[in-house]
Design a binder for this molecule. Structure first.
Ligand SMILES: [Zn+2]
Ligand SMILES: [Zn+2]
Length: 555
């Protein structure tokens, strides 16, 4: 069976379906994709609202709550306590299949009436402003980060304490504004660095202590811009940079960016992997075109932010944890033989469904079900009926052209700009509406005694009065008001960090932009001219070295 080439229905771009992939589709019983990898990725992400949260009210107990659904949306939303309780039954919303209409329309109608859960926040303690999180304590605006304590304004931080403004940074403490870091302590404004301590502005460093503005160093201490200093000189010199002030941090950010570009960059971060391609992979085997995968992981293709014991998955993101045979799944973990679902946890043989939990199995087109079996569109069938009706529905969907496709973007429960799709594939409001995608302009009003434009804030954290807790700051980029909470002020003072001029959402966006894109290009190593695949675009200002040339340089 040779590789086959197809033309993407949307972009007209050619894409390849490998021999291995064709075997996978056969095993799963699905028809091969009609969209290129990127458009499949965008379509899935448009169903994931990670960080856009609102104040709302539970449709069952009327309690005030935080919700990922804006109040102007018409669907029923339950607070997590009510949602997880036995006070309601999703089967009450079950319905027959109408074989004269498309399946996606019928599923969208079900989605609109079934109670949705306000937040995916498991075992949180004093952490109500968090979503897609597990076992967090005293956290605020943490999204997709688990087992954290006293953390704020972060995405994908696992096992962290006292960190703020980090993205994909694990097992760290007292860190601020870090991206793709791990096992760090008291590190600020850094990227791609591990096992570092008491440092600021690091890029791709390992096991460094008391380093400032350094690139690609290994096991060093008391270095400033990659030059050694005595301990006394070091502490004296870094004071000059005035990192307690906003202007000091901005000056240093610019200076460090220019310094970083003088060094060669590693083509891709593929560590301890076998036969794998993409970027930011650890302990993977046979993972092709994957990004941000934390192994062990085996036989994955086109997967993003996944791993932890995942096997045999194609086109999935934000999931894994022991999952096997997953195709086009979002935010799903610990199950087998599932396809085209959003948020399917510890459940198997689930297709075309949303929010399925507690060891459910054999569901098709279901929404918000716990410990359920043999249901279609939330209607209960006997085991025998289930398999024959399921087959009839699959045949119907093959006729309508729906089978093998993920839910359309227009059918998402969220507006395009509320979802992660807009981070990686951003579009203007006009473009979104032209595509028939939803757009949300609703904003929770901010109550404050006075409003201050960010650029009018005192420059240094030392000059910020307690009264700032009563102010609304106008974000320097969007003009949107945001407030500082007491936990943040305490943290900024302790860490000597200036008050941010951007709202939390814009800060997160800036961190995502600083990361490499989730696609690779073919180009030459800038040293040995060998052909390499790298997420650095061909026109990027960085010097890119192949793995061997890079290691020769830094180690
Ligand atoms: Zn409730
Ligand atoms: Zn080379």
């Amino acid at each position: 069976m040779p590789d086959i080439t197809r033309t993407c229905r949307i972009t007209g771009k050619l894409f390849t379906i490998t021999e291995w992939e064709q075997e996978f589709y056969k095993k799963m019983g699905v028809t091969p994709p009609t969209l290129c990898i990127e458009e499949r990725h965008r379509r899935r992400l448009s169903h994931r609202n990670e960080r856009t949260i609102y104040k709302g009210q539970c449709s069952l107990c009327a309690k005030a709550m935080i919700s990922i659904y804006s109040p102007d949306k018409l669907n029923k939303v339950y607070c997590p306590d009510c949602w997880w309780s036995d006070k309601w039954d999703p089967r009450d919303f079950g319905r027959d299949i109408d074989f004269n209409r498309p399946f996606f329309d019928q599923f969208a109608e079900l989605q609109r009436v079934v109670p949705q859960i306000a937040l995916f926040n498991l075992r949180g303690e004093n952490s109500e402003y968090c979503n897609i999180t597990n076992s967090n304590k005293n956290c605020y605006l943490v999204f997709g980060g688990d087992y954290c304590e006293d953390c704020m304004n972060s995405c994908f931080s696992m096992y962290c304490k006292d960190v703020s403004d980090v993205y994909w940074t694990n097992h760290s403490e007292l860190c601020f504004d870090c991206i793709d870091c791990g096992d760090c302590y008291n590190v600020r404004y850094s990227q791609g660095s591990y096992n570092c301590k008491d440092s600021d502005f690091l890029f791709e460093c390992r096991a460094c202590t008391n380093c400032f503005g350094c690139v690609g160093l290994r096991n060093k201490e008391y270095h400033i811009f990659n030059k050694p200093y005595s301990k006394e000189e070091y502490h004296q010199k870094i004071q000059e940079y005035q990192l307690h002030s906003w202007s000091g941090v901005q000056r240093m950010k610019q200076q460090f960016e220019e310094f970083r570009l003088r060094f060669p960059h590693r083509a891709a971060q593929i560590i301890n992997c076998e036969n794998s391609s993409g970027d930011d992979l650890r302990n993977c085997k046979n993972c092709s075109n994957c990004f941000d995968v934390e192994g062990p992981a085996e036989d994955l293709k086109d997967c993003f932010l996944a791993g932890w014991g995942a096997r045999d998955m194609v086109s999935c993101d934000h999931g894994g944890f022991g999952a096997q045979l997953y195709y086009e799944m979002v935010g799903s973990i610990e199950g087998q033989r599932c396809a085209f679902c959003t948020f399917c946890w510890t459940s198997s043989d689930i297709w075309y469904s949303h929010m399925i939990v507690n060891n459910s199995h054999d569901l098709f087109g279901c929404s918000n079900m716990k410990k359920a079996e043999y249901c279609i569109l939330n209607k209960q069938y006997s085991k025998e009926e289930y398999f024959s009706v399921r087959q009839k529905l699959v045949d119907h969907m093959k006729k309508t052209g729906e089978f093998g496709e993920f839910f359309p973007i227009a059918n998402s429960l969220f507006s395009y700009n509320e979802t992660v799709a807009n981070d990686y594939f951003s579009v203007s409001k006009e473009e979104a509406l032209r595509m028939n995608w939803k757009w949300c302009d609703f904003q929770t009003p901010v109550q404050a005694e006075r409003t201050i434009p960010a650029e009018k804030l005192p420059d240094s954290i030392q000059d910020i009065p307690d009264d700032i807790l009563n102010w609304a700051i106008l974000c320097e980029r969007t003009g949107r008001p945001f407030k500082i909470i007491a936990q943040e002020l305490k943290y900024y003072r302790r860490m000597k960090i200036p008050i941010p001029h951007l709202c939390p959402e814009e800060r997160n966006r800036a961190r995502i932009r600083r990361r490499k894109p989730r696609t690779t290009w073919e180009r030459e190593c800038d040293k040995c001219q060998k052909t390499i695949f790298t997420p650095y675009r061909p026109e990027c200002p960085e010097k890119i070295y192949c793995e061997q040339c890079y290691l020769n340089e830094v180690e």
